[in-house]
Design a protein around this ligand. Structure first.
Ligand code: PLP
Length: 462
């Protein structure tokens, strides 16, 4: 299996190279050259299997010869051993035909753990074999950073620096990033918003001297290995709901488009997915685009679902690449236009996108009301991101096809919004109950590329 860039001019890479490098050298994102298809028998065989077994079947064809079968199985087993639920991604019923896929039983209580815990194992195995080390730099609106730090803390071959927007992440998110004591972990509070953090990260990748000098590696959702790990729970959920005989729809609270794009890959692999619904908060660039109004940046407005406060949705580039029939030059042109504010999508590409995705937008008040309603009607406490999903799913689901809404974080990760809606302050699970007592360690940094690069060079282990 080889990987190509969405902008068409970077070298073609193996899975290992695509995983360790992250962003392509032409500024694009890596995607597999072809998408393997699992036939109905292979999908039916997943019925009754463990999450880990399904994970192996789904991901193995993408990995090529980067890992042996045994190595890859071990990585998967170790990745999910620390989850607080035997099913890893359990389904809970909300209503007739509406189910919640709980993706928050990992160590940092958000779905990011599914990919990050696996990537930690894969990086460690690959780097130990190569006798190499890397500097991981990540940008986060909160959950990626805590998941990355949790996955890489204490590993020998890795330094991890996380850029997060100062004052714009929840206290639980911040503490999960600032309380690990391992010296290879560095939490950097940037004076800026998430889009600034993500832009500085991209700048670092485009500075080849810095990139090669520190062995820069990326674990943001632009990293293909992360998207791949998320394909698995679409399979485990759909199979539990009756696939391959029965079609299932999914609604996904969306920011950077990684999670929903994984659903698209599952569909391309042969999973019978009916609708893939993008749910956004008031930062609704994706909803506006999928409604035919072009992709035009606005200002990011802080919301009670902060992990979706994004205007530039990195993985959308992968969707555009397929919608434009894999024309890298066309995508490069669009991304150039984006630098000066935005672009319109061609009619053909728009039609392709709308055949795959539908979308909805949820206001702050509606989010809060949905948390209240779901507790009253279904006795489930939702985090605000999951509530955005449930609201859009309710608006769009049709009788006869079950709808699965992805619950992307545990309510205790966003206790203020949940308490405001329900008067209940959700407690942290017992295994992390002392989070508020641990001491914090972080560095305030300006939104300035040169200063950031200097800080990273001087503070990584040599
Ligand atoms: C990251 C995140 C999202 C958005 O996921 P994308 O893959 O960026 O679309 C939604 N909810 C929560 C809780 C998250 O952490």
């Amino acid at each position: 299996m080889r990987y190509i860039s969405t902008r068409g001019t970077a070298p073609t890479l193996s899975f290992e190279e695509a995983m360790l490098s992250g962003l392509a050298r032409d500024g694009g994102l890596y995607v597999p050259e072809t998408i393997p298809v699992l036939d109905a028998d292979a999908i039916a065989a997943m019925q009754g299997q463990s999450y880990e077994q399904i994970a192996y079947t789904v991901m193995r064809p993408f990995v090529g010869d980067t890992f042996t079968d045994a190595e890859f199985r071990d990585c998967i087993d170790r990745a999910y051993a620390g989850f607080g639920h035997a099913a890893r991604a359990p389904l809970v019923q909300l209503d007739q035909g509406h189910f919640l896929l709980e993706l928050f039983h990992g160590p940092t209580l958000a779905f990011k753990d599914f990919a990050m815990q696996l990537i930690g194992q894969l990086f460690q195995t690959a780097l130990a074999r190569r006798g190499d080390r890397v500097t991981i730099v990540g940008a986060t609106s909160g959950d990626t950073g805590s998941a990355a730090i949790e996955a890489f803390r204490g590993l020998d071959n890795v330094d991890v620096f996380i850029l997060y927007p100062h004052g714009r992440v929840s206290e639980v998110q911040r503490r999960q990033m600032t309380t690990p004591v391992e010296s290879n972990v560095h939490a950097l509070a940037v004076d800026g918003d998430f889009d600034d953090c993500q832009a500085r990260l991209k700048d670092m990748f485009n500075d080849f001297e810095f990139r090669d000098g520190v062995g820069l590696a990326g674990v943001n959702s632009i990293n293909w290995a992360r998207v791949l790990a998320q394909v698995v729970y679409y399979f485990s959920a759909a199979v539990a709901m009756g696939a391959p005989e029965r079609k299932v729809s999914f609604t996904v609270p969306t920011g950077n488009f990684g999670d929903i794009f994984a659903g698209y890959i599952a569909k391309r692999m042969g999973l019978p997915i009916d609708k893939l619904v993008v749910a956004t908060n008031q930062n609704d660039i994706l909803h506006r685009c999928l409604s035919g109004h072009g992709y035009h940046k606005g200002d990011t407005i802080p919301s009670i679902s902060p992990s979706m406060d994004i205007q530039v949705s990195s993985n959308f580039e992968r969707a555009l690449f397929d919608a434009y029939d894999r024309d890298g030059a066309a995508v490069a042109q669009l991304m150039d236009e984006l630098k000066s504010g935005g672009f319109d999508v061609s009619q053909g590409a728009m039609q392709a996108l709308q055949e795959t995705y539908s979308s909805g937008r949820v206001s702050e008040a509606e989010t809060s009301t949905q948390i209240t309603k779901t507790l009253r009607d279904s006795a489930e406490l939702l985090c605000p991101h999951s509530a955005v999903g449930v609201k859009v799913a309710n608006d769009q689901r049709v009788a006869g096809t079950p709808m699965v809404t992805l619950a992307t974080a545990h309510p205790a990760k966003f206790p203020d919004a949940v308490e405001a809606a329900t008067d209940i302050r959700p407690p942290l699970p017992p295994r992390m109950a002392d989070l508020y007592e641990r001491s914090e360690r972080l560095t305030r940094v300006p939104n300035d590329l040169a200063a950031l690069m200097t800080h990273i060079k001087e503070n990584r282990s040599k």
